[in-house]
Design a protein around this ligand. Sequence first.
Ligand code: FES
Length: 177
Amino acid sequence: MNELLPQNQIDEFRARAAALTHPHEVIVDALRAVQSHHGWVPDAGVDLVAELLGVLPVEVEEVATFYDKIFRRPVGKRVIHVCDSICCWAGGGEAIAAHLQEALDIGFAQTTADGIFTLLPTCCLGACGEAPAMMVGLTTHGRLTPERIAAILQQEREALTESKDFHHQDTKTPKEP
Ligand code: FES
């Protein structure tokens, strides 16, 4: 089995690309699949996607670097994206970001010592009405307070422990940490 993508998905992406006039439209899906399986997208993942879809590696790289939820460097099991756009900023987002850094004992673009959380800033998550907001893995959380953050982090840790899921988050949405 390819360490970047299971054989059945390799076959699936080849078939999908072969059926399309513009296989470029599958690039994001293929990158997400590699990331879901491998945790992040190394250079070999970019090359694999390009080969499967019959596109140029540079075209895959362009997509990978455009989407801030495709990770081109190793990340923790759960990536926390903290919104730093206007509504969240006005709603106390700076204090929330500072609290998260303190609670996790890391700065932005860093991963906790246990390898669970990576902290990244992001632009608007579409939850402006519930500012300040963050996204953990695929789940958006709003109306953040230090208490809510503590509960969310605890919940994520427990979920990983219970499922023994030390595989990476499923990053089905699309910058580099
Ligand atoms: S400004 Fe933060 S979710 Fe929109």
